[in-house]
Design a protein around this ligand. Structure first.
Ligand SMILES: NC(=O)c1ccc[n+]([C@@H]2O[C@H](COP(=O)([O-])OP(=O)(O)OC[C@H]3O[C@@H](n4cnc5c(N)ncnc54)[C@H](O)[C@@H]3O)[C@@H](O)[C@H]2O)c1
Length: 360
């Protein structure tokens, strides 16, 4: 797919990245800081401070910051956003990348294989659900705060108003990028908690892609990477995937950069994977059993790692959602008419303003 974007659009943006001390988050930070963005990393790992120091040297951009945050703690996240606004060069936040996440084989195995005696004796502790706390509750806290802070970003416009070239190039934005996974689209059998959280992130995206542009002027996108070589990939996963091509972090960075840099991207979902030569008809997307049946490996030079998924999300939906989407569309169109009416009023009043100024 065509990923045309202008990297200069990243310059001067203030971007918050949870889990930015490692893996994708660190790779995004380096790429966007190189393009001149202000980067504010929130991570539970105190080594993030050293990572930031290295990034400053590597990118030549001193405007990269580290704030210690535990995404599972509401207070910690509120403080993260408040401190970020204080650090921001323009007093606001342009983009929030809800990236922090873990995958724990041990927790998944303990969840599916209860070993405590739940019938007798004192009540044993609840199963550990740290994956859910970090990947899902943590992301929902991040997104909830982003929905408050982004519309208050000074100089930013609602994403459905940012239409012309000048607005596209303006660093001010209101963007949430969610970190899904192929586990959002398909089950990773034996990785139940991780799959549950990433299905949840997809649900978050599928609701907010429709409502957030209207209620908060915030654009919401998601990327869903296949297994990719970062510290999150466990030894067991590497062993099971031995000989199978895995994704490259640079393709995930490319997909995320496209979504962050391009204000025209509203409600987009990209899946990334290993670079393959696949023949997928244009009208088939990477979801649904029949879609996968139609995906074929072919020869040729057309090697791809990034695909669109969930594009026709609301085509086959229930009546409740169908009607909500119609209402949202109607309001969006009406808002367009209000914008037009304001513009016309301004045009009509323009000659009167000169007359009024001369009179005063
Ligand atoms: N690597 C893959 O194969 C893959 C595939 C699909 C999706 N993902 C997703 O990408 C995201 C980033 O993962 P990664 O591969 O870069 O792994 P990573 O382990 O390199 O990075 C995750 C970061 O999150 C931080 N973190 C963990 N718990 C936290 C907490 N409570 N508060 C704040 N920060 C916390 C870690 O310290 C780390 O810096 C995750 O959401 C993951 O689920 C990864």
């Amino acid at each position: 797919m065509d990923l045309n974007y202008d990297p200069s659009h990243l310059a001067k943006r203030t971007i918050l990245i949870t889990g930015g001390a490692s893996g994708f988050g660190a790779a995004f930070s380096t790429r966007w800081a190189t393009a001149g963005a202000q980067i504010i990393i929130g991570d539970i790992n105190p080594a993030g401070a050293e990572v930031v120091a290295r990034m400053r040297t590597e990118t030549g951009n001193p405007d990269i910051h580290f704030i210690h945050v535990d995404v599972t703690s509401w207070t910690s996240q509120v403080n993260f956003f408040r401190e970020a606004v204080q650090l921001s060069n323009h007093g606001g936040i342009d983009a929030v990348i809800a990236n922090a996440g873990i995958s724990s084989g041990a927790e998944a195995s303990a969840f599916e294989n209860p070993s405590a005696d739940y019938m007798n004796g004192p009540v044993p502790p609840a199963p550990s659900l740290k994956t859910v706390d970090i990947n899902l509750t943590g992301t929902m806290y991040t997104v909830h705060l982003a929905l408050w802070f982004l519309p208050r970003n000074p100089g930013s416009k609602s994403c459905d108003e940012a239409k012309n070239e000048e607005e596209m190039a303006s660093p001010r934005d209101r963007h949430i990028l969610l970190m899904g996974s192929v586990a959002s689209l398909h089950p990773l059998v034996t990785q139940t908690p991780y799959t549950v959280t990433k299905h949840g992130i997809l649900g978050l995206f599928r609701c907010l892609r429709v409502s957030a542009p209207m209620t908060a002027g915030v654009r919401v996108n998601i990327i869903c990477p296949y297994y990719t070589d970062t510290p999150l990939m466990s030894g067991a996963a590497r062993a099971i995937l031995a000989g199978v091509p895995v994704g490259k972090p640079e393709d995930v960075v490319e997909a995320a950069t496209y979504l962050v840099a391009s204000k025209k991207c509203v409600g987009r979902s990209l899946v990334t994977g290993p670079r393959l030569r696949l023949d997928i008809p244009d009208n088939v997307y990477m979801y649904g059993d029949d879609a996968l049946e139609k995906v074929r490996c072919v020869g040729g030079d057309d090697e791809r790692a990034i695909w669109e998924c969930r594009l026709h999300d609301v085509d086959t939906t229930d009546m409740f959602t169908k009607r909500i989407v119609s209402v949202v569309s109607a309001v969006t169109i009406a808002k367009g008419w209000i914008g037009w009416a304001k513009g016309m009023a301004g045009a009509v009043a323009y000659p009167l303003r000169g007359w009024w100024a001369a009179k005063a």
